[in-house]
Design a binder for this molecule. Sequence first.
Ligand code: FE2
Ligand code: FE2
Length: 464
Amino acid sequence: MTSPATSSSLDPLAVLRGLASLRRLAGSYPAGHPMIAQKLKELDEVITGLLRGGSPIRIDVIRGDVFLDGVTSASEGQANQQLLAQLSALGIDSIHIHEGVQRDEMLAVAEFLWQYAESSDSMSTQLAARNVKHISLGRLLPLDTRWRMQKWADAPTGPLDPDYAESLMMAQKTWEDTASGKPLDVVTVRDLVQLLIYKVARSNAALGQILAVKQYENLTYCHSVNVAMLSLLLGKQVGLDEPTLAALVEAALLHDVGKTQIPLDIVRKPGALDKSERRMIEAHTTLGAEILIQTEGLHPLTPTVALEHHRGVKGTGYPDLGEAIPHPMSQIVSVADIYEAITGARTYQAPTPPEKACLIMARMAGEKLNTGLVKKFVNTITFFPVGSLVRTNRNELGLVVETNRREPLHPVLALVDEETYTPAGRVDTSERESSGGYARHITQSMPAPDGLDLNVFLEPARAA
Ligand SMILES: [Fe+2]
Ligand SMILES: [Fe+2]
């Protein structure tokens, strides 16, 4: 198509930047204007360079970071943050570009982005009408963006498993004491670890409340308890012994304790952070490690996990510790941390359902997350974990009450009466008809509506 791209332009951000500029230009100048032609030429060069690898370009924007074919882009900077904020305001999650793409299509996509907000047609209809065949835009949000305005609760609002509720209360007290400058209460932390291991982990209701989407913005103590529980699940899967599991749960509970030292309005600021805010957020790792080192009576690995939980298995991430690979315990907490963050709400982001969270994590495997751990984690919780609300191809509403290891897409459901939200029987979606096909498929998962009490469907904590 054109001259080769320079290596510096082999950057997914350059594609996004090019599309954003074209979008702006297309809104201001007539087609064929020299400025548009020049911008198209530049974008064409970048895309040609990226396509030279032989496979389609896949750019994902996940939680403000740009990934090219699942690998994070090292590019940083305030200008990029603004660009990402703009793109995210348009609702772009992913862009796929295929071999053979023409400049007309690039321009059509840019124009489409300009006009999209004003149209009521679906995205695919509009792209098809513009003859765009080699570029697809993933999950442009529907026009209804009311959720962006949504204020999420700070903690779960529905009825909770009693032991889980108690553990949240204990974590909240510890968190708030530490935030107010008191020393970390190691005795409460130890009690909390025991409560999680011996009570909460044995309650299917609690697990459901932790594994399914969480419609609250849990940035602090709820997040910590949930990450501790998810780490415990994964730790058991990799065969850790009891003392190591206890150390893991303690470390996971305290992995974000450094956030107690950062103003909450920065921790929960919607949208892009500027450089100094970003630095402040990133400092929660080192601040946390400092607090934990100074606290007597903790496991020696607890500060290590706080320090390393945002570092990738290839030595990327923050803080900069050279090429050091995070401790296996930190790697477990990273997996749990990311799943928990993705399946929870943020001021600017609705919670992501588990099956999509698993796919996002699969893309991070190998670079950011340990591939073996991601596999074990996804195999354990499955796409539709216990507590997920799903719809079947028979239009039944069901709550996952049991997962099936051999057939992870076909769990056992408690059917839900849609008027009363009470149990309406139980079906095993792995059952087959005489023809050999499944009697039921899950067609989608959905957030639980107000009024649906998981405790009614799932077993609460059993006595230890
Ligand atoms: Fe963190
Ligand atoms: Fe975290």
